[in-house]
Structures are given as structure tokens and as C-alpha cells.
Design a protein around this ligand. Sequence first.
Ligand SMILES: Cc1cc2nc3c(=O)[nH]c(=O)nc-3n(C[C@H](O)[C@H](O)[C@H](O)COP(=O)(O)OP(=O)(O)OC[C@H]3O[C@@H](n4cnc5c(N)ncnc54)[C@H](O)[C@@H]3O)c2cc1C
Length: 666
Amino acid sequence: MALDNKIPKGDLSIKWTEYKSKINLVNPANKRKLDVIVVGTGLAGASAAATLAELGYNVKAFCFQDSPRRAHSIAAQGGINAAKNYQGDGDSIYRLFYDTIKGGDYRAREANVYRLAEVSANIIDQCVAQGVPLAREYGGLLDNRSFGGAQVSRTFYAKGQTGQQLLLGAYSAMNRQIGRGKIKMYNRHEMLDLVVINGKARGIIARNLVTGEIERHSAHAVVLGTGGYGNIFYLSTNAMGSNVTAAWKAHKKGAYFANPCYTQIHPTCIPVSGDHQSKLTLMSESLRNDGRIWVPKKLEDVQAIREGRLKPTQIPEEDRDYYLERRYPAFGNLVPRDVASRAAKERCDAGYGVNATGEAVYLDFASAIQRYGKEQARIKHLDENDEKLVYELGKKVIEEKYGNLFQMYEKIVDENPYETPMMIYPAVHYTMGGLWVDYNLMTTIEGCYCIGEANFSDHGANRLGASALMQGLADGYFVLPYTIGDYLSKEIRTGAIPTDTPEFDEAEKNVKELINFFMNNKGTHSVDYFHKKLGKVMWNKVGMARNAKGLTEAMDEIKAIREEFWKDVKVPGTAESFNQELEKALRVADFLELGELFAKDALHRNESCGGHFREEYQTEDGEAKRDDENFAYVAAWEYTGNPREAILHKEELVFENIKLVQRSYK
Ligand SMILES: Cc1cc2nc3c(=O)[nH]c(=O)nc-3n(C[C@H](O)[C@H](O)[C@H](O)COP(=O)(O)OP(=O)(O)OC[C@H]3O[C@@H](n4cnc5c(N)ncnc54)[C@H](O)[C@@H]3O)c2cc1C
């Protein structure tokens, strides 16, 4: 099938406005006749479900958690971007568009990203109207901070709990519709297959995770807002439940999977501490506003630190290497995440890592405490030379800004980050790849839409901080509600979709057979055993740095793990009860297929761009080297029954409003 991105013609700055003014609408009486399934209640799904129900559609919403408000979006800490220019520091829709395209290493669509920047301001207004307590300055105006890859302050935040507060806003909007009967909420339900009838998405098969019952649900359109697949690496900052199953099942039914290898590695996470860990913890990017990243200049200091003979606070300024400030003076500690991550890896690979495993660098707030302390002393007409006083005043400012993050760090690491620098190391954080969608957010299956992290859309090869929340909410509140209407306007005469059709029979049968297989396979290893094995291959050979040899080996190794999994996995318990081992088995089975496609995608892309770093393609000073001539396209893969045999479809990216240059943050 040829890819048609359906980008409307016309000037970039009015494209969306003109398009949405002209597309087909469904009148209010007809909306009541139309059902929409929304799978996922994170920021993307919840905002979509609430808005579609508000518009009058009958919505069925699904999530595997016990409540929509426990979706992974709740974990987002740092903030959400919007081109409001409240700081008067030169921000604009164009600048946000420009930064996002450049940040994504010119691997995203201009039209989508411009639309994203355009609606970003509406998101903030919408959330404030809902009562989301975004941080405010003393005078009452909304406050902003800076995130990597930007030279303006455009990130709105709610302390270190931005995702939680935004999700509470979207959840409240959903709850209003649940109360009105316009949303029927299915908590603790997991979608296990998509039902396609005559080429159109018409429903899903879901498992009630409490009773084990397999259910059929039909609708005129299906929206997947099912989040990212970073957990393919086993260790990641994602919620433990985040998985690819819904998207992968749609892929198997005909939805193309785009850019699977684009992964964001976040530079500021608490380092891995051992083999028994199942989760990594993010220290928000917002910390890079004030924290300075460094390692010792001398290897003997590194050795002394590792052996406990020296404390980082004892190392004098001149013996510290603030390597981001040194290498990237223009952006300093606020370079994009891929750049900061690779720079940390480079220092640690060279032997300068400061923890026992040699995989940690410092994030230090001592300068910020001093700077804020002196400023406060001056404001309060106190003695700015009183060291103790300055420290206390500065510490208070830092506490107000990042208190909960510091507390979290101390609880996990048992060290006080006000007194000793934090230790951080990059970890898998976000997946820019996902189901391919056109400008309307529709996948290659008619009537099957995909929003939020689950789609591939707006971030190119590298997501900048604070842009995922923006995209999820843009999709759910402001884009999908228009574009789905265009499709549904052709469905007003269809009538209710029956579930007693051969397609539903077939899909339900397949799900039941799969579950029976797991319950009856008398293997010897737990699901986690295989997941961990997969994660190790992914991190070592498909992780922060990749090369052709490692990727080829990874494809074979993943295939071997998959074969072993099907022979030897053991799932205890029963299918007719709450069984988290069974849930995991169903998810890991899909990760084991995606993993091979992921490596294949990384292998075919003979260039480095953003979160995809191929060691063979780098500049002399170790920066990512793109090949725009041959790879300025979206790689959309078609399922053929075997991930290795997936067929590549290219969507060429056209840049008419932005000049492609090699990214530089120096
Ligand atoms: C620790 C952390 C901090 C972050 N901080 C920021 C930040 O400060 N700013 C920012 O912009 N981004 C941040 N991000 C990224 C951002 O949080 C996510 O990209 C975003 O929240 C994803 O939202 P979503 O709605 O697409 O998916 P999710 O929030 O992951 O929601 C997925 C939903 O789908 C449901 N689901 C999934 N599969 C199924 C299935 N098969 N059946 C039924 N339901 C299913 C789940 O139950 C859930 O409701 C952060 C990410 C992490 C890991």
C-alpha cells in the first residue's frame, strides 16, 4: 500500500486552520449514533475520550490499571512546552516549531510539528480552565522554566508533578462524561486484539483482568492511546505496565509501524545499582536548569572516589570537568537529551564514571545554591558574605523548585543531594517510534487512529523534553476530535456494529488459544527471565550506541530468545483470575517480535540521527552524522508474519520552511 500522509496543501501557518474549517462534520444528532472505542487513558487517551464524549459521541474507554488516573502519564515530572512567550524572551509558534524539528534531527513532518506548536498555547488555556495548578510566579502569572534544546523558557510545570496534575485535569473531564453516561469506562481491561471488518477497524477483543473473561467490543472507530514501548529494554523509566501489545496487534492487522528504532535515552536517571532491579528512576530534566554536570578531570580522583577515600565535594573547581559546558558552550547543561546522554557515556567509557560500576556522573547544585542564596540575601538586605546564611537561603529556593525530586533521590540512594552531588546516568525513557499515522492521526487501517506516545508522529528521531505531554494533549484535545469527525461523517448510516460476526469470532478464538497456550505450557522459566534477557541484548546492542555488527547479532539473539520463550516459558495461576504473570507473558511475547524489527530498523538506517546513534556514522568530534540525501524519510514497516521479513515503506520528508543543517549546540 502506498503511503498517503494526507497533508493538506497551502501555507504552513494557515494549513491547519483552513483544513479544520473545511473538513466534514457530524451534526449533534448523528454523533449520538456513533460509538468510538478509546484504548488508553493516559494524557492522550483521557483527553481524547473526554473531548469526544463532550462532543456527543458514545465513548467506551479502556485501561489496564484500576483507574484512568494511574496511567503512566502520571509519572511525568518536568513540564509541558507551549509557545506562549510569557517570558518575552523571543518565543513564537515558529520558534517552537523550529526547535522541535531541529531537536528531532529533521526526521519529523513539518506540517504536523507546526500544528503542534500552534495548538500548544490552547493546551495551557484548557488546563488552566480545568483548574490544573500550574506553577505561578509571585505576581500570579504562570511560571516557565527551560528544557534542553531550547534557548527560551517555555516549559509550564507543576513542581515535579506536571503529568500527575495534567492527568487529574483530563481525568476530571472524563469523569464528568462518565457521570453523564457518555463514557463507559472499562478499568482493568486489556485490549488483546483489534477487529477489522472489510478493511475498517470495528472493535477490539479485551480481557477483563479481574475475572479473566474475554469480551467483544464494537465501535465505528477505534483510537489507540496506549503509550510507548520503552519497557522492551526491561529496565527503563517507564511504568512497569507500559507495553506495546495494543499497537503491535494493530500492526499485525495491517497498521504500519514507523521508526521503531528511535528511542530517547534520558541523561538524568538514577544509575543502575545491580542485577535485581526492575525499574529505573528519572530525575527530571528540569534539574538541568540549575544542576551542573561534571566528572573529575583526574583518573586518580575517580579511583579515590570509587574506593571511598575522597568525596566529590573535596575536589577543587579546577579539577572538575564540566564537560557539557566545555563541549557545548552555547547550550551548556541544557543540550538535548541525546547529546547529553552520549557525552555522559563518552566520559564513563573513558574511565571517568564515579560509582562502583563506572556508569555515573555528577549533577551538582552547589553553584545554584550559592547563586540563589546570594540573590536572596541581597533581596532581603542580609549579609551575602555569611556562608551559612547564603547556603540556607539558596537551599530553600532549590527546595521550592525541586523539593520532591530531591526527596525521591534521597529515599532511593540514601544520600542528601543538597550536600553531595547527585549521581546520574542515562536510561531508556521514551519511544519516538510507533504506529504510522497520517495528518489525521489515522493508521494504515481505516478507522483505526493512534495518538500520544503510541504513534510515531511529531518528534522525529529525538524528542525534546516537555514535548510528549504537549503532543499527547494536542492529539487528544485539539486534533483528533476534528479529524475523526471527517471519517465518522461517512458512518452516520452504518448503524450499530454487531459483534457476532466471523471477524469477531476469529479474533476471540485467537486470543483464547494464545491464553490457553501460556496456561498449559509447562516450561521452566518465568516471563521475567526472558524479558531480562531481551532487555540486556537491547541495551548492549540496540541501545545508546549501535553498530552493524551488534545489530546483526542482536537480531539473531532476539530470535533465539523468542524461540526459547515459546518452548520454555512458565506461567503460573489460572486464566480465569487476576493473573499478572499471564498479563506479562502476553506483553513480552509482543516485545520479542518488536525487538527484532527494532534492530532491523536500526540496521537499515545507515546514519546517525537524534536518539539513533550508529557508531559508524559520526563526526570527528563524536557527534551524530545524518545522511539527509538517503535517509530523510519515515521508515514505515509492514507486517508479513515475521519481523525479519517486514516490508519497508518510505514516507519522504519534505522541508519547505526550514533549512536542513547538521545539528549543533556549540
Ligand atoms: C518518568 C517519566 C517522566 C516524564 N516526564 C515528562 C515531562 O516532564 N514532560 C513530557 O512532555 N513528557 C514526559 N515524559 C513522557 C510522557 O510522560 C509520556 O510520553 C506520556 O505521558 C505518554 O502519554 P500517553 O497518553 O501516550 O500514554 P500513557 O500515559 O502511557 O498511557 C497509556 C494508556 O494506555 C493503556 N493501555 C496500554 N495498553 C493497553 C491495552 N492493551 N489495553 C488497554 N489499555 C491499554 C494504559 O492503561 C494507559 O491508560 C516522561 C516519561 C517518564 C517515563
